[in-house]
Design a protein around this ligand. Structure first.
Ligand code: 3PG
Length: 213
């Protein structure tokens, strides 16, 4: 898959809803219920971070949920790309980008949303053909004003910011023309997952899905 095609597919996925839940899953047994709650609430694109031993099994379970589009986050190495694809991930997300990682994703036909923060990082990805990029860590890197400033010289890049974004902060991002959606973990708080509060998580998803873009 070319970087151009990867960005086209990433843009489609980012436009499914205003928010992509960023999920850290410790128990794959709850993955199906969690995904069903988020999809029912109107958030079909889900990012499962490869940060826990349960993550790949969780992707396998979530990939079966009707209406969901399940991706793998925190992809750092070519091995991560392979593991994500084998588990059924339909897109990949990375906090940054390396040539080895992008080579692997392109060879595996995995649409990647690679991360950038500075204009040089964004330009490097643009030079390779990635016009859709993650902006991470968003709040710690200046948040919406920084992304707004990047639109001046780099209007052709569109971002999915993640890191520190909340329901209250999301509108500041979503109103910018160079933002496709935001990512965040606030729609699936660990204490609600632990309590198996699927109705509560569905309600948080519904609230997030109703955010204006
Ligand atoms: C992450 O990689 O952890 C995401 O950016 C989510 O960040 P958040 O937990 O601050 O929403």
């Amino acid at each position: 898959m070319t970087p151009q095609d990867a960005s086209k597919r990433s843009a489609e996925i980012c436009q499914l809803a205003p928010v992509i839940p960023v999920l850290v899953i410790h128990d794959a047994a709850i993955a199906g219920d969690l995904a069903r709650a988020l999809v029912a609430g109107g958030l079909p694109a889900l990012e499962i971070t490869l940060r826990t031993p349960a993550a790949l099994d969780a992707i396998r379970e979530m990939a079966k949920v009707e209406g969901g589009v399940v991706g793998a986050g925190t992809l750092l190495t070519p091995d991560d790309v392979k593991a994500a694809c084998d588990a059924g991930a339909r897109f990949g997300v990375s906090p940054g980008a390396t040539d080895r990682l992008l080579d692997a994703a392109e060879a595996a036909d995995l649409p990647m949303l690679p991360g950038a923060v500075t204009s040089s990082e964004a330009m490097r990805l643009l030079e390779r053909g990635y016009t859709v990029q993650k902006f991470f860590p968003a709040e710690a890197s200046g948040g919406a004003p920084t992304i707004k400033a990047l639109a001046g010289p780099l209007p052709q890049i569109r971002f999915c910011p993640t890191g520190g974004i909340t329901l209250a902060k999301a509108p500041d991002y979503l109103k910018l023309p160079n933002i496709l959606c935001v990512g965040g973990s606030w729609v699936a708080p660990q204490e609600m997952i632990d309590a198996r509060d699927w109705a509560g998580i569905e309600a948080l998803a519904r609230e997030a899905a109703a955010l204006a873009r």
